[in-house]
Every structure is written in C-alpha cells, then in structure tokens.
Design a binder for this molecule. Structure first.
Ligand SMILES: CC/C=C\C/C=C\C/C=C\CC/C=C/CC(=O)SCCNC(=O)CCNC(=O)[C@H](O)C(C)(C)COP(=O)(O)OP(=O)(O)OC[C@H]1O[C@@H](n2cnc3c(N)ncnc32)[C@H](O)[C@@H]1OP(=O)(O)O
Length: 292
C-alpha cells in the first residue's frame, strides 16, 4: 500500500510539473493568429517575433502571400510587445523564397498586373519601413524577389551552399528601381551593376564576400545565429535605431510613395510587351521542364 501511495504521489507530482512546464511554455511563446502561409510566434520573454513563410512549394510571392506578409508586418509594427523579428522559411535547406510569382506576370490583364504590382509595392514599403530590428534567416535559395525581401532586413544570415541574387535579367525582365537600390545599399554600385546587368546568382560564399549577406553558417545554425544578432541589435536604444533606419531608407521609399500609380503603369507597360511576355512564358516552361 505504501509503495502504491508513493508511486501515486510521484504521478501526481509529475502531472503537476508537466502542467507547470506547459503553462511556462505557453506563457513564453505566443502564437499569433496566423494564416497558415505565414506562421508567427512571439517569445514573450524577449519580444522577438519569428515569421516563417510557409507557402508550398517554394514561397513564391503571389497575391495571397504578399498580402499575408504585409499584414503580418503591419501588425508586428503596431504591437508594442514586439521588440524585433526574424524572417525565415519553413522549407529549410531548400528555399527561402522563389521571388515574385511568375504566373502572376504571364498572360494576365492590365487590371490583374496593376493589382499585383500594387501589392508588391505595399509589401516592399511595409518590410523596408519596418521600424524594429529585422534579421533574415535565409535557410535556402533566395533568387530575385526572395533576395530583395532578404535585403529589406537589417542583417542577413545565410545557410551555406545555396544561391541568392537579383537575377531578373536572366528572365528577360528588369528589377524595379526599389530592388536595385536595395542591392546598391548592401554591396555598393560597382557590384550592384555587375549583379543586376548580368542577372548574377551568387553562392552563399560569394554573397558573403561582396557583403550581400553578413554571415554564412550551416543549416542548424541559421536561426540561432539570427537570434544572437537580433539580441545585440535590440540592445541599441530603440528610438535612435528607428529614427536612424527611417532616415537612411526614406529617400527611395519616398520616390515610390510619391508616384505609385506611375510605377504601376510603368510595370504594366513593360511586362505587357510581346517580347517580355515571350521571355516570361519561355522561362516558365523551362522551369517546369527542369525536373523532367
Ligand atoms: C525599362 C524598364 C525598367 C524597369 C522595369 C519596370 C518594372 C519592373 C518589371 C518587372 C519586374 C518584375 C520583377 C520580378 C522579380 C521576381 O521576383 S521574378 C521571380 C523570378 N523567380 C525565379 O526566377 C525563381 C525561379 N525558381 C527557381 O529558380 C527554383 O524554383 C528554386 C531554386 C527557387 C527552387 O528549386 P526547386 O526546389 O528545385 O523547386 P522547383 O524549381 O521544382 O519549383 C517547384 C514548383 O514551383 C514553381 N515555381 C518556382 N519558382 C516559381 C516562381 N517564382 N513563380 C511561380 N512558380 C514558381 C516551379 O515551376 C515548380 O512548379 P511545378 O511543380 O513544376 O508545377
């Protein structure tokens, strides 16, 4: 009987302990009401939000994903309990993001293209204007718009052995001026001209050499390294951090803000050209046939 009582007490204690652990865990990690394509967890101890892009197969930025990311970052900006954020992908070891969804640019009406580009502008203005420290944990390939999105963060940690770059010209399209300015800000005009004119995709190590990313680590170190640097960045007095970040980025953002309609018209006119459509169609086909 005594033995039974002892083991029953042990069970009760174990249950109490696991309930306490669960309470502690649920108190420290808050899951934001996320769409399933953008998962967000907030650590209530540090205030760090981890935003994980989760749209299969490659996080291509279609209207749904652009809107979900934009909404998420707007909420994180407004949430005073959030001190900083990490942007990463669910498809670790494979793809961070395949950039803008090419299907949204092929054989579409002017209205579709205009609405799509308006969403691209809003996505750029929101992440680039995110007032808190933001670190990209680039755990897979990051071509074109995927690279641009990583460039909008304040620090880039990349997994070894993948590729990154603004390689639009290889598709027969041209990176918009606000993508080009992101690259110039990171690597300087000389490297940016070479990278954009030639649609050059850098390996992780090459990207590190020119300053396109800040650190290259193995896969299981990507997020921990991002967390480490975020911890440092959030120690800077935040009003000063925000003012500084805003004034350094304001010029290009203002150029876009001041003529969004003109920029949309420019995009639609460019993409609807028959030779551009032909190039995009050919590229899409090549992408589909790569696997065969
Ligand atoms: C004078 C004019 C001046 C200025 C111009 C004015 C305005 C600007 C005009 C235009 C600017 C437009 C800007 C565009 C920026 C972009 O972001 S364009 C996006 C380009 N993206 C890419 O090139 C990436 C292509 N993808 C890949 O290289 C690979 O998929 C990747 C390495 C990311 C992953 O490889 P892997 O894991 O092997 O996957 P798969 O290749 O097998 O892909 C899986 C399926 O996903 C489809 N897919 C891949 N990427 C995209 C995409 N970006 N959009 C849509 N779909 C994509 C792929 O086809 C596979 O589909 P399937 O399974 O075969 O159905």
């Amino acid at each position: 009987i005594q033995a039974l009582q002892i083991s029953e007490n042990k069970i009760i204690k174990t249950k109490m302990l696991s309930r306490a652990c669960f309470r502690q865990f649920s108190a420290s990690i808050r899951r934001m009401s996320s769409t399933n394509i953008v998962e967000t967890n907030i650590d209530s101890g540090t205030g760090f939000a981890t935003v994980t892009l989760s749209q299969p197969p490659v996080n291509s930025l279609d209207k749904n994903l652009l809107t979900a990311i934009t909404d998420r970052f707007k909420k994180l900006s407004d949430d005073s309990s959030v001190t900083g954020a990490i942007l990463t992908s669910k498809f670790d070891g494979k793809v961070f993001s395949a950039g803008l969804n090419i299907v949204d640019m092929f054989q579409k009406s002017d209205d579709h293209l205009g609405e799509f580009w308006g969403m691209v502008q809003e996505w750029y203005l929101t992440i680039q204007g995110f007032p808190k420290p933001l670190v990209s944990a680039i755990n897979g390939h990051a071509p074109t718009g995927g690279c641009a999105m990583a460039l909008m963060s304040d620090y880039r940690v990349m997994v070894e052995g993948k590729t990154i770059g603004l390689n639009e010209t290889l598709l027969g399209i041209v990176a918009p001026f606000f993508f080009a300015d992101l690259m110039i800000a990171a690597v300087g005009r000389r490297h940016a001209e070479f990278a954009l004119n030639n649609g050059y995709l850098y390996t992780s190590d090459e990207a590190l050499k020119i300053g396109l990313v800040d650190e290259v680590v193995n896969l299981d170190q990507v997020v921990p390294t991002a967390l480490k640097i975020l911890t440092k960045m959030t120690k800077t007095p935040q009003p000063a951090y925000q003012v500084c970040k805003n004034f350094l980025r304001k010029e290009t953002m203002d150029t876009l803000r001041n003529d969004r309609a003109g920029d949309i018209a420019h995009f639609v006119g460019f993409v609807q050209q028959p030779n551009v459509q032909k190039a995009i169609g050919g590229y899409l086909q090549a992408l589909k046939q790569r696997k065969k």
